[in-house]
Design a protein around this ligand. Structure first.
Ligand SMILES: Cc1cc2nc3c(=O)[nH]c(=O)nc-3n(C[C@H](O)[C@H](O)[C@H](O)COP(=O)(O)OP(=O)(O)OC[C@H]3O[C@@H](n4cnc5c(N)ncnc54)[C@H](O)[C@@H]3O)c2cc1C
Length: 433
């Protein structure tokens, strides 16, 4: 039996290297080039970032979410989790390590469902880190319930014509191609009537009507696009997976995407906890450091325990993904991770902000960005409520209703059962007395 919480020394050495590399070489990029991770590299950004990517490749840590046949290391999800914890500290780090969302998930479905032609055209540049991609699923009138989608593709000769709107298609303004989920058959259930298409962003009819930024970005900027697909014509060969297979394709991508976000969230929450502790030890009030005040100690203790519980859940889920190699078998685990993630990050970042006093609330500290990230984690890849329902259903599936009038653990009934079970011996004992 193997049951171990230790990392093998060889991989630990790689993690130690990554930890120092991210702190020393990558985190400065977050301050030099904020919000530019998904802008194609040129000029000084290319001059700085290409050599960093080469160093990552030299350490065999490039695109470790992928198997060796696709240029990755095939380390599996557990090892990826340990690495992603480190990368989660910095928005630039996933790009430098070739593991940024949503490209990781998009690469996964291309690898899984793509034809050779699709892989050559779209997957290879993605793996080389030379282009970005967009997953275009949510619609303006509904995101959490894909059965409401209206964006439609109709067959016209040997082409499909796509018409409709998609909302919050992240990175579309800089992506080379879009993976779009559309209705292709209205006569069957939505679960069988939607298909996925690969659409180059410069295809005539792909109109980005506006982009939304997140809370702290200036109005009119941002990377989340409202796209109007206006009679967008693509060949039959643009379909990814079979006709009517969009739900299966999306699930393949979303399972991995959700757990990868969680891995990185551990890193961000750990960064907030580190900052909280540093401040508690540095700031003095009423004759001693904040660290000596019991309320602050409570913040530190609660945060550490909350983070460690979450981390163990994420690592165990990653381990189960490696074990089963089937996302259907880990739906419960991934839903639980997705449900817990926003609260863990929110609570720890909020406490860290509080311990920093007024400074914590300023744009000179990263706490509001972290709290915003917690809010995003409660929506991106599906709202918390929907995942709670999935989790509850999965858990309930493992249980049965009680037979008869009383719960099976009703104590009077249990006593009767116990007496009946050991009646002979109990009688013997009474006889001896
Ligand atoms: C930063 C960010 C990036 C994103 N990137 C992408 C992307 O690249 N591509 C893409 O396609 N989408 C993307 N999304 C969209 C995301 O997938 C949707 O926001 C999400 O699926 C919810 O859809 P909605 O926003 O339309 O909310 P709605 O579906 O309107 O839901 C709103 C709220 O209603 C409640 N609710 C909804 N359904 C239920 C239910 N069944 N039971 C109980 N309560 C419910 C929840 O509180 C939910 O938050 C992104 C979102 C964010 C925030």
């Amino acid at each position: 039996m193997s049951w171990d919480f230790e990392t093998d020394p060889e991989y630990q050495a790689k993690l130690d290297w990554a930890d120092e590399f991210v702190r020393e070489e990558v985190e400065p990029l977050d301050h030099l080039f904020p919000h530019q991770q998904f802008v194609p590299l040129e000029g000084s950004r290319r001059a700085i970032i290409d050599p960093l990517k080469d160093e990552v490749r030299g350490q065999d840590l490039w695109a470790t979410h992928l198997g060796p046949e696709l240029g990755g290391q095939g380390f599996g999800q557990l090892k990826l989790a340990l690495l992603n914890e480190i990368l989660g500290r910095s928005p630039w780090a996933p790009v430098v390590f070739g593991t940024q969302a949503p490209d990781t998930g998009n690469a996964e479905i291309l690898a899984h469902y793509g034809t050779q032609e699709q892989k050559d055209r779209y997957l290879q540049p993605l793996l080389d880190g030379e282009c970005f991609s967009t997953f275009s699923m949510t619609e303006p009138h509904g995101g959490a319930d894909p059965t409401m989608f209206k964006c439609r593709a109709v067959k016209d000769g040997d082409e499909w014509a796509i018409n409709g709107y998609k909302y919050f298609s992240s990175n579309a303004p800089t992506a080379s191609f879009l993976i779009v989920m559309v209705v292709t058959n209205t006569d069957v259930s939505p679960y069988k009537g939607m298909s996925m298409f690969l659409v180059p962003t410069d295809t005539p009819g792909v109109v980005i009507e506006r982009t939304s930024g997140l809370a702290n970005e200036p109005l009119g900027e941002g990377s989340h696009a409202l796209i109007h697909y206006q009679d967008v014509r693509v060949p039959e060969s643009a379909m990814l997976g079979g006709e009517g297979q969009a739900f299966a394709v999306a699930q393949t991508r979303l399972g991995g995407g959700r757990i990868h976000h969680a891995m990185r969230t551990i890193g961000l929450a750990q960064k907030a906890l580190d900052m909280m502790c540093e401040r508690a030890l540095s700031r003095e009030t009423q004759g001693g450091p904040l660290a000596d005040k019991q309320f602050v100690q409570g913040y530190v203790a609660d945060s550490w325990a909350q983070l460690e519980q979450f981390r163990l859940l994420v690592l165990r889920t990653a381990w189960r993904i490696d074990k089963f190699n089937d996302y259907q078998k880990v739906r419960r685990d991934i839903a639980a991770v997705k449900v817990v993630m926003p609260t863990v990050l929110h609570d720890i970042a909020w406490r860290a902000m509080q311990v920093h006093g007024a400074l914590g609330t300023t744009n000179e500290m990263p706490f509001f960005g972290m709290i915003l990230a917690a809010g995003v984690m409660g929506l991106a890849d599906g709202p918390t409520e929907v995942h709670k329902v999935t989790l509850a259903r999965q858990v309930l599936r493992e249980h049965r209703p009680a037979e008869g009038m009383w719960p099976t653990q009703w104590i009077p009934g249990k006593i009767e059962d116990a007496k009946a079970k050991y009646a002979e011996l109990l009688e013997l004992e009474e006889g001896n007395l």
